[in-house]
Ligand binder design. Structure first.
Ligand code: HEC
Length: 128
């Protein structure tokens, strides 16, 4: 059973303990943390990896997940929300000609979104 199916199984089967969910989500969270450190930390404070980094006007990930009730929707669809469409490319996509060429693109796979959401969820659970 793939990790997705297994996670779904844990969500829908009553009694799937939070501890086992956390354990099984760990690789996905780690993958999300890597993607965030490489691709998002350029503009966002994502976590301890760059507390003093990012661009000051850009919201930090811990702030986003704690302050916004709909943070999960926003992380699921961040690539469609400005300013990201100008920066994010998915592997295999051709650059849109209307995008500024002066910005080095962030290249992601669709599976990275799931990892990023899992990572953001882990930030939400952490105490500040
Ligand atoms: C080029 C700089 C830049 C990069 C790289 C970047 N972001 Fe952002 N992001 C922003 C800015 C600026 C905002 C605030 C936009 C606003 O408030 O209008 C933002 C906002 C967000 C939001 C909140 C969106 C909303 O509509 O509330 C999420 C979620 C997000 N970013 C996720 C990510 C993730 C995940 C990555 C890495 C894969 C990433 N960002 C990479 C600049 C960036």
């Amino acid at each position: 059973m793939g990790i997705k199916a297994y996670l779904l199984f844990l969500f829908i089967v009553p009694g799937g303990s939070v501890a086992s969910l956390a354990e099984d989500a760990a690789p996905l969270v780690a993958a999300g943390a890597r993607v965030a450190a490489v691709h998002c930390a350029r503009c966002h404070v994502v976590d301890e990896v760059n507390v003093f980094g990012g661009i000051s006007s850009t919201p930090s990930f811990p702030l986003l997940v704690k302050a916004l009730a709909d943070w999960e929707d926003r992380f699921q669809s961040f690539h469609t929300r400005p300013p990201h469409p100008a920066v994010i490319r998915f592997a295999g996509e051709v650059s849109a000609p209307d995008k500024p060429v002066s910005i080095a693109p962030v290249e992601l796979n669709y599976s990275d979104i799931e990892a990023i959401v899992a990572y953001a969820r882990s930030l939400n659970k952490r105490d500040q």
